[in-house]
Every structure is written in structure tokens, then in C-alpha cells.
Ligand binder design. Structure first.
Ligand code: HEM
Length: 420
């Protein structure tokens, strides 16, 4: 196998912006390439069938970072939670326990919470005022995660400041230590509080409850550290991603007036309250959310490390190589998408999901929260647009990556409250 060549290496100018450098490298070198990154290099995988090879077919070889004995950034905060756990056995056992909570039908009961959260937000706004959409969307998605995980409502949640920005992954060790200490205090306090409530016979139905009662096949319960890691993981993975998706959706709609009007018309005739059932009758809303996640996949890369020498796409990939499956590049390539940089929800109407579409990843490590994220984005977007119109200050917003794909700057919009 070593007789195969290594993937071609990008030697063009490295622009500070990782996404622009990647675009240039991909244009020059194609589907699989090496790119300088920090002190080493990365293999970027930018083709759907190779993504499938890495994430599904050869998934026991291409594993999560950390399985090579190093501690990747996010693992310093999230420990061995589902997202970062490199150990197959414990990951599998926890995934079996947690997954049922996030199945589509099990989330129905949160639809009401999502509508209420959007109503609280709208009630706090005044007609004509400038709105910091970045802050507002992060606030509403954080409130929902608190409710889902701990059954805590905004006033009670204030006593437990838990925020896990994904950018902590690249923070200095001292910053990570300080952040982790504060997070630990709050998470362990909430676990202790719930255990006391259980002793007093109080029944609460949320994620913490499920995890506290769960047992693995050997009859073992999760330790407090395991609980901490899984709970923090859901906070980290589940709030910033959805907040950014909402912002990108508003951004996409503001770039395509026709799409915006079409969605507004669809929402206007919809009189039922928003639920799993009524969302099925909003095909354009569904297409808007799918198109948002195509053009702006808020987790743009799926990182892996190779456990042994192997072959990929006719190239030699040595043991220990770091690979990023670039969902971002695959979603924006003209081979798979017509007019790929335009926001065109129509491309998802009456069409099955395409092989080049993977906003939630692929294979066993596919996103745990994909149904939650989709439901939440659809409901929040629909309820906001039923009552408000947003005139975005910047017509174009550049994305940047800090684990999640986010607008480079805070996004502001002028608000108009609509008569209902
Ligand atoms: C639009 C929002 C979201 C997007 C685009 C997204 C995307 C992704 C992607 C691409 C992966 C796979 C990463 C990889 O293979 O390396 C992933 C994994 C994961 N996501 Fe999401 N996600 C979103 C929302 C959520 C939410 C709301 C939750 C809350 C439960 C969540 C929890 C997770 C977890 C726990 C994993 C790791 C799964 C495992 O390895 O078993 N995500 N997500």
C-alpha cells in the first residue's frame, strides 16, 4: 500500500481564513487533499462516497480524535461524553441509553415548550427596535436545553450558569480549566439536587432523570462523572448549533425575497398550533430548513484519526493521519448541486434526500440531536416569522469556523412586529 501516493498537498497561499483556503485547495486539487494545519497537516475529504467510506464503511479504522492517545480540544471540556468519547464500548452503551430520548416521536412533548420560548422572546421585543439576533437565538436555544435536560425554566436556570461555547475547544489550558471548574460546580450541584428530589419521591421526566435511572447491560448505573460528561455534551452540542442554524436561515431568507414571501404565505394559512403533525403540512418550511443546513452546515467538519495504514480514494493514508470529512465542501460543490452558493429551498421540494447531503454526519456517530435540531429550528423559525419581520443589517455575512459554522460578527436586524 505505501506504493500508493499520498493525497496531493496544497501549497498555495494559506489565507488566515480556513474556509477560503479550503475552497482554493479543493478547486485546485479535488476530492481528497492534504492541507497545512497548525504545526501539522490535515487530510480533507470532500466527496460524498469518500465521506461514506470514512464515516460508515471504514468507521472502525477512522475513529474520533482522542483514540490515538492525544486529547483533542473539545475533549478537555466534555470528557467522555457521546460527542468526544473515543472508546467504542462505553460510547455504544451510552448511546443505547440516551438515543430513545431524542427519537422524533419522543420529542413531541417539547413542541409546546418551543412555541412558548419563542413567544417569550417576541413579548420581550418592541416594534421597530434593532435586535441582536446572535444573542436572541443563543438565549432561546439555551433556555430550551435547560428545560429538556433539567426541567429548569429561565428564572430558575439563572442560578446555574451553564454555557459551553464550542470555541472553548481551542482556548488556552488555563481558560479551559477555569471554565470547566465553573461548569463542574453547577452540573454537580444539579445532579445532587435531583438525587435529593428522588429520595423525597419527586418524579420529573427529563434527560437527567433518564440518565440517573439508566443501567447498562451489566446493571451498572452511570457515575457522577459520566453523568456530567453526557449532560455537558448535550449542552455543548445542542444549543450553539441550533442558534446558528436559525441565524443562517434568516440570513438565507433575506438573500432570496421570493423564498421569504413563499414561506410567509405558507405560514399565514397555517392556523393550527405547531406540532410534529402540523409541521408535515408545511413543506416549504421544511425545505427552507434543509437548504439552510446545506449551505450553512453548522457542524462543517467530521474529524477522525486513522488507526492503521489504509487506502482512501486511491491514495495512501498513513496510520495516525488526521482527517476532516468536509460536509461544508460537499454541500457547496457544483458537481452535486446546481447553483450551489445560492439559497434555493426549491431544490428540496418533492425530492428525496441526496447522497451529497449530510448535515448531521453519517453512520454510527450520526448526530444524536438531529430530530431535536430539526424540530426546534422549524418551530422557532415558523413562530418567529408568523409574528415578526426581520430586516437584516448586513445583506451578506461571512461564515467562520470555530467547531461550529457561525457568522463572523454579531448579526443585527431591525424588527417589525406583524399584526396577527
Ligand atoms: C442544526 C443543529 C445540529 C447540527 C448541524 C449537528 C451536526 C452534527 C454532526 C455533523 C455530528 C457528527 C459529528 C462527527 O461525526 O464527528 C453531530 C454529532 C452529535 N450531535 Fe449534533 N448537530 C446539531 C444539533 C444537535 C443537538 C440539538 C444535539 C443535542 C442533543 C446534538 C448532539 C450531538 C451529539 C451528542 C453528537 C455525537 C453523537 C455520537 O457520536 O454518538 N446535536 N452533530
Amino acid at each position: 500500500m505505501p506504493s500508493l501516493p499520498l493525497p496531493p498537498c496544497y501549497e498555495g497561499p494559506v489565507i488566515r481564513d480556513f474556509l477560503l483556503t479550503l475552497d482554493a485547495a479543493q478547486r485546485e486539487l479535488g476530492a481528497i487533499l492534504r492541507m497545512p494545519f497548525g504545526k501539522g497537516e490535515l487530510i480533507m475529504v470532500c466527496q460524498p462516497d469518500l465521506a461514506y467510506e470514512v464515516l460508515v464503511k471504514q468507521n472502525r479504522n477512522f475513529v474520533k480524535l482522542g483514540a490515538d492517545g492525544q486529547t483533542p480540544g473539545l475533549q478537555r471540556i466534555l470528557g467522555a461524553g457521546l460527542l468526544t468519547n473515543p472508546d467504542y464500548e462505553s460510547w455504544f452503551s451510552h448511546r443505547q441509553i440516551i438515543q430513545p430520548f431524542f427519537q422524533r416521536h419522543a420529542l413531541e412533548r417539547f413542541a409546546g415548550a418551543m412555541v412558548r420560548a419563542s413567544e417569550r422572546l417576541i413579548e420581550s421585543w418592541h416594534d421597530g427596535e434593532p435586535i441582536n439576533l446572535t444573542k436572541a437565538m443563543h438565549k432561546v436555544t439555551l433556555e430550551l436545553i435547560f428545560e429538556l435536560v433539567f426541567s429548569l425554566y429561565p428564572e430558575e436556570a439563572k442560578a446555574y450558569p451553564i454555557q459551553v461555547p464550542l470555541s472553548l475547544a481551542s482556548a488556552k489550558t488555563s481558560t479551559v480549566r477555569r471554565a470547566a471548574a465553573l461548569l463542574d460546580d453547577n452540573i454537580y450541584a444539579l445532579i445532587k439536587k435531583r438525587k435529593l428530589e428522588h429520595e423525597n419521591g419527586k418524579e420529573i421526566s427529563d434527560l437527567l432523570d433518564l440518565l440517573l435511572k439508566a443501567e447498562d447491560t451489566g446493571g451498572n448505573k452511570m457515575s457522577d462523572k459520566e453523568l456530567r460528561d453526557e449532560l455537558l455534551t448535550v449542552f455543548a452540542a445542542g444549543h450553539e448549533t441550533t442558534a446558528n442554524t436559525l441565524i443562517w436561515a434568516l440570513m438565507g431568507l433575506s438573500s432570496n425575497r421570493e423564498a421569504k414571501e413563499k414561506l410567509e404565505r405558507e405560514l399565514r394559512v397555517q392556523s393550527q398550533s405547531l406540532s410534529l403533525e402540523s409541521l408535515k403540512r408545511l413543506p416549504y418550511l421544511q425545505a427552507v430548513v434543509k437548504e439552510t443546513l446545506r449551505l450553512y452546515p453548522t457542524i462543517p467538519f467530521a474529524p477522525r484519526v486513522s488507526l492503521k495504514d489504509t487506502e482512501l480514494g486511491g491514495f495512501f493514508v498513513p496510520k495516525g493521519s488526521r482527517l476532516f470529512v468536509s460536509i461544508y465542501s460537499i454541500h457547496r460543490h457544483e458537481t452535486y448541486w446546481e447553483n450551489p452558493l445560492a439559497f434555493l429551498p426549491e431544490r428540496f421540494l418533492d425530492k428525496g434526500i441526496q447522497a451529497a447531503y449530510m448535515p448531521f454526519g453519517l453512520g454510527e456517530r450520526v448526530c444524536l440531536g438531529q430530530h431535536l435540531a430539526t424540530l426546534e429550528t422549524q418551530i422557532l423559525l415558523a413562530s418567529l416569522l408568523k409574528h415578526c419581520s426581520f430586516d437584516l443589517e448586513h445583506k451578506e455575512i461571512t461564515p467562520r469556523v470555530s467547531i461550529s459554522l457561525q457568522p463572523k460578527e454579531e448579526v443585527w436586524a431591525k424588527l417589525r412586529l406583524l399584526q396577527s
